[in-house]
Ligand binder design. Sequence first.
Ligand SMILES: [Zn+2]
Length: 291
Amino acid sequence: MPELPEVEVTRRRIAPVLVGRRIREVVTTGDSYLFLTRPEKLRRGLAGRRVEDLGRRGKYLVAGLDDGSRLVVHLGMTGQLFSSEATSVRLLSATARDSLPPEAQQRFEPDEHTHLQLTLDGLGPRVFFRDVRKFGKVQWLGVGERTERLDRLGIDAMATTGEILSRAGRGRRSTVKGLLLDQSVCAGVGNIYADEALFGAGVRPGRAAGRVTRREYDAIAEALRRVLARSIETGGSSISDYVAPDGADGGFQDERKVYGRTGEPCHDCGEPIKRRVIAQRSSHYCPRCQR
Ligand SMILES: [Zn+2]
């Protein structure tokens, strides 16, 4: 599932294609649960509008349009937002790939999973939103229109501080791992980065949030910002169906210290990494380095 770094990498790669350009044509698939705004209304809302900016709130991408309306996209589990210049062969199914002549194998043609196609004015590439499993979301918000999905989000994980986390954790008996995953506290943190940040701070994921000290929360916030920034720098984690918009794959999975390393020796102390289900998620930690 794309986490914050993948969404941020997507934002940075797609912004130059979208921002400052006018949407000339909008093609969608039929009505489905992926569209929080009915496709017909979405097409009407977007057509002719100029994209002013492309921002991110947690794992949501929000494009501001020139009339004050907004386009909101969530990648869900398998969503891919990319330009028609994307070249990754991972975008194509094996059969589709095999049936193409070699010179055409790198080109993507919109298929039944391509739920949104934006043709922009000028000579630049088109922008596609493709989602095989359809857990992604596409929504158009008219001028002044709000959505609970964005309103309920806490501060973006990249901007969180020890003070914010410590205040949110006060008196809380549930786990610190659960606190980090709570999107109303800190938007955009998923399982991988929660585990990595807790390792970086030396705090066990199963500790009660209310018992973590302010100094430890400072260390967690610092570690969280650091692992997210590092992952953005290396292009996101690139797991499952995630593909960067220009087809490049992320490299952060090589740098993970605990996530997905159950039984392997801790890089710092050699102790085998443990895995436990905490806050309904599989959690990875070093029993010696984390307390
Ligand atoms: Zn260790």
